[in-house]
Ligand binder design. Structure first.
Ligand code: BDR
Ligand code: CA
Length: 312
């Protein structure tokens, strides 16, 4: 079997950071070839998400994997970020050092052009801004997995909208319209099940056995625990983007159904609401594989297994 090439487009972000550490472990194990990381504006702005990403990869011993900041703002609407969810700079109570900024690139489209082959897995764990912008001038990348949306499930930003889809609804809509092969969709109904609490975090930090990246996790996750507790979710955190990466790479068992997805952009009430035509009313071709269930216990085992490989 060939090693899958992977490109992740993220908005780091605490759960994006956990996902990056997981991908770093797989890369160092030789289970994937992580070619590049690009970032979107979402949890914080695109430059800061790139700084955070560079910092996390450096701490994982991967300073040579390129990181580039993507589009600075959503396609149509103004950028809104969420410091209340991910902290003032996106890593909770942890902060990337200032000098990291010098090694953040801006050639994100060139990286995609160079790195996106037919076999590359492209994982999008932030708003779909870069994906939609890229698809305007290029063939739609095959093998896309996207974290976003809430299907017959309450939103986490408005009653019906999930954050990534709400931040740039026009991009999400354009991406689904442009998809020439179905996008694998990991939405809140599944990703909210992937929870880390203080006891699990302690086990995971222990497994990292003094690896440099372990130092930022308690500070990052404490902020995320507090946010979820303030939302009435308990003192724990939903790690959406990690589960998305595991599904994208087939590292956990999951179920998915072929369907057609569209996104509401212009109604103030329903901005970012994602709709799956599960009964085929629209008679349009499927543009999505909507993930409906995932083996969450298996995901926790896989996370612990992978992170233990980062221990010095
Ligand atoms: C998504 O929103 C962001 O805050 C998280 O990083 C995740 O990608 C969940 O709605
Ligand atoms: Ca994210």
């Amino acid at each position: 079997m060939t090693t899958p090439s992977v490109l992740i487009d993220c908005d780091t972000g605490i759960d994006d950071a956990v996902a990056l550490i997981y991908l770093a472990a797989l890369h160092r194990e030789g289970l994937i070839d992580l070619r590049a990381v690009t970032t979107t504006a979402g949890n914080v702005d695109a430059r800061q998400t790139a700084i955070n990403t560079r910092y996390v990869l450096d701490l994982c011993g991967l300073p040579d994997i390129p990181v580039a900041a993507g589009e600075a703002r959503p396609l149509v609407v103004d950028l809104v970020t969420t410091p209340e969810t991910h902290g003032p700079t996106g890593l909770g109570y942890a902060t990337a050092p200032k000098d990291v900024d010098k090694r953040v690139r801006s050639d994100w489209q060139a990286l995609w052009e160079r790195q996106l082959g037919d076999e590359t897995r492209l994982i999008v764990t932030g708003p779909a801004t870069n994906l939609a912008a890229y698809a305007r001038g290029h063939r739609f990348p095959p093998g896309v997995t996207l974290m976003g949306g809430a299907y017959l499930y309450p939103g986490n930003t408005t009653p019906t909208a999930e954050w990534n889809s709400w931040v740039d609804p026009h991009a999400a809509k354009e991406a689904f319209a442009a998809a020439t092969s179905p996008i694998t969709v990991c939405s809140l109904g599944v990703t909210e099940q992937m929870l880390i609490d203080p006891a699990r975090l302690a086990t995971l930090v222990d497994a990292l056995g003094g690896a440099p990246v372990a130092a930022i996790l308690p500070r990052a996750l404490r902020f995320y625990f507090e946010f979820h507790e303030a939302q009435g979710e308990g003192y724990q955190a939903q790690i959406h983007d990690l589960l998305t990466c595991m599904i994208a790479l087939g590292r956990v068992d999951y179920e998915a159904t072929a369907t057609t997805v569209d996104v509401e952009c212009d109604s103030p009430l329903l901005r970012g609401t994602t709709v799956a035509d599960l009964r085929g009313y629209w008679a349009r071709p499927a543009n999505a594989r909507l993930v409906t269930a995932a083996d969450i216990d298996g995901a926790h085992e896989e996370l612990l297994r992978a992170w233990a490989t980062l221990a010095p």
